[in-house]
Design a protein around this ligand. Structure first.
Ligand code: ZN
Length: 163
């Protein structure tokens, strides 16, 4: 029975994945940790991957290349901008990630690109924006989401810090 289950909306899916960039360098992998658990159909994972997993069964392996438009989007040059250095009351180094509060209260991660004497160049693009992503995924388990998960729009379970 369980093995005939197919991935679809309102299912919580566990996957193991390895993510590589277009040069074959590994960016991220779940293989040395717990599988990633997500609620299918809620945009918790990049659209290209979610689409490719639709209808798959436990044990199936999926290999796919996701273009930026189906991944983390294109890099937006407007999200790269200068901030006066005195806005930072702490030491910043290129490569660091800081969190800035937007006028609407949302916290946005900004990567420090360059630290000048008066200005700091920051980049608010997702680190994987503009990248072609190569995913190797194995479906580990599929189960119906609970009512609570559906109302939250995400999967609960091991590794989920409840709120
Ligand atoms: Zn929740």
């Amino acid at each position: 029975m369980a093995s005939e289950e197919k991935i679809g909306a309102k299912q919580v899916v566990e996957i193991h994945y390895t993510l590589r960039d277009e040069n074959g360098e590994t960016i991220d992998s779940s293989r040395e940790a717990e599988p990633l658990s997500y609620l299918h159909g809620e945009g918790q994972i990049v659209p290209g991957l979610e689409q490719a997993l639709d209808g798959k069964a436990v044990g199936e392996e999926v290999r796919l290349t996701v273009k930026p438009e189906d991944g983390y989007g294109a890099r937006d040059p407007q999200r790269i901008f200068d901030v006066p250095r005195d806005q930072f009351d702490f030491e910043v180094t290129p490569g660091d990630t800081v969190h800035a509060q937007m006028p609407n209260g949302a916290m946005v991660p900004l990567q420090i690109v360059e630290v000048g004497e008066e200005k700091v160049k920051v980049d608010g693009n997702h680190p994987l924006a503009g990248k072609i992503l190569d995913f190797e995924v194995e479906v580990m388990s599929i189960r119906p989401a609970t009512a609570e998960e559906l109302s939250h729009g995400h999967a609960h379970g091991p590794g989920h810090d409840h709120h």
